[in-house]
Write a protein that binds this ligand. Structure first.
Ligand SMILES: NC(=O)c1ccc[n+]([C@@H]2O[C@H](COP(=O)([O-])OP(=O)(O)OC[C@H]3O[C@@H](n4cnc5c(N)ncnc54)[C@H](O)[C@@H]3O)[C@@H](O)[C@H]2O)c1
Length: 419
């Protein structure tokens, strides 16, 4: 099991391929993006992730990592391709199917295939097995199949790739053991073996748990606004109970996981996954709420301009997939509001990103949507000089509100009914 082929060189595939390479495996990273392949072969990276550049450079420099547009024969194949949603909130498994089809001509007896992409429960058994068996090899007899979901946090991927506990689900016992041996070569956390469908369900449920809890926090935040009290106080005090953990409220849920994976269960089990579905609707509704409140602050303002701080779905990363900021921006534009958007991390956005001062210039509301640390260091006394109307709407409860009030701002916070 020395030669590894990793299909997909994104946030998961590239760190995994590089870590495997620096642990002595001969790794071929495969991607459909020619520029990605070129970038990686030059020892560079196409995504922002702390420490990744160093590991990729080391892996390429050692000769253990190569990138290519085409797969080759290997002992182990990792599938780390996207599993997004279609427009009607169904699992788009086309990338997983295509990547699996592409390795079929290279499969040989004894090979192990590991699906890392988060997938609806049943994917390995019902979707991957029939595709892999087009090779003429039987899964569980000639070749082995496992699912090992990823739990890493963007921004801490390299640390968590090594330190997190892992769940390895095998199509059969030998598949699970073979996959465990690969992970054991670089994972310092505990590795738990189970069957393949349980592993798929574990991953989807981890994200669903978080989505449902965030939805509850968001719902409580809305209730607090109606009651004229502060969600921050309620959550802080409720969390002094030893068995309560009220999550954080915010402008919605983004990213490639939490806002996506629960829909897999809603699609598969529409009659049963009711709480899951409601939670998704609550979280998807938050951008509308943010826009409604913002429009209240702009009432009576002619040709309003809003300075939007943050496009990424969460703080200190460049990932804007499914970001609630995108929905807020679209909805505000539809209401005729002029927007000036800033993000210190995001680079390849379709939206024009502007320097902070340009955003503040003549703005009627400062709408903070992403909790990037950089924003904590804004000086309200300098910002207020540039703005037309000094209103701050902090949807992340990030800033020092007393300081902003003292500087002359009208401060509003998501989840707070206090004025
Ligand atoms: N990003 C995370 O933090 C994270 C965490 C846990 C799980 N996951 C899951 O991991 C999987 C991969 O996510 P990601 O964030 O790495 O996605 P990504 O979009 O960053 O990367 C996927 C890469 O796969 C490539 N690709 C697409 N089709 C291909 C094909 N047929 N052959 C080869 N390459 C192909 C794309 O060009 C892209 O570079 C998803 O299922 C995701 O839900 C992601």
């Amino acid at each position: 099991m020395k030669r590894i082929c990793v299909m997909g060189l994104g946030y998961i595939g590239l760190p995994t391929a590089s870590v495997l390479a620096t642990n002595g495996y001969q790794v071929l990273g495969v991607d459909v993006g020619a520029r990605i392949v070129e970038t990686v072969n030059a020892g560079n990276i196409h995504i922002e992730e702390p420490g990744l550049h160093t590991v990729v450079r080391a892996a390429i420099g050692s000769g253990n990592l190569r990138a290519s547009l085409e797969p080759e024969k290997a002992d182990v194949f990792f599938l780390a391709v996207p599993t997004p949603l279609t427009a009607d909130k169904k699992a788009d498994m086309s990338y997983v199917c295509q990547a699996t089809e592409r390795i079929v001509p290279f499969l040989e007896k004894g090979n192990l295939v590991i699906l890392e992409s988060t997938s609806p429960p049943g994917t390995c058994r019902d979707m991957l097995k029939p595709i892999l068996e087009k090779s003429g090899l039987e899964v569980g007899k000639d070749i082995y199949l496992a699912h090992c979901p990823e739990r890493v946090l963007p921004g801490k991927i390299l640390k968590e790739l090594i330190e997190n506990d892992r769940v390895v689900g095998g199509f059969d016992t030998l598949s699970a053991q073979l996959a465990r041996d690969i992970y054991a070569s670089f994972v310092e956390g505990e590795i738990f073996l189970t069957d393949v469908t349980t592993a798929e369900m574990v991953k989807v449920i981890e994200n669903t748990f978080r989505d449902v809890n965030i939805a509850l926090a968001n719902e409580v935040a809305l209730l607090c606004e109606s009651l004229g009290i502060d969600f921050g106080d309620v959550a802080r005090l409720a969390n002094r109970h030893p068995r309560v953990n009220v999550h954080t409220a915010g402008p919605g849920v983004g990213g490639h996981c939490i806002s996506v994976d629960p829909w897999f269960l809603v699609e598969q089990f529409p009659d049963t996954a009711k709480i899951v579905h409601l939670a998704r609707q609550r979280n998807d509704g938050m951008p509308h709420h943010v826009v409604e409140r913002t429009m209240e602050f702009l009432d009576g303002v002619e040709s309003p301009k809003v300075a939007v701080l943050g496009l990424a779905f969460k703080g200190n990363v460049d990932d804007m997939r499914e970001s609630p900021s995108l929905d807020v921006i679209k909805l505000l534009e539809a209401r005729g509001v002029t927007l000036a958007v800033h993000d210190p991390f995001v680079k390849n956005a379709d939206i024009d990103l502007l320097p902070l001062e340009t955003c503040f210039d003549g703005a009627d509301c400062l709408l903070l949507l992403t909790d990037h640390n950089d924003y904590k260091y804004l000086n309200p006394r300098q910002v207020i000089r540039l703005m037309r109307k000094p209103v701050l709407f902090d949807t992340r409860n990030l800033l020092d509100h007393e300081d902003w009030r003292e500087a002359g701002f009208i401060v509003r916070v998501l989840g707070s009914g206090r004025t």
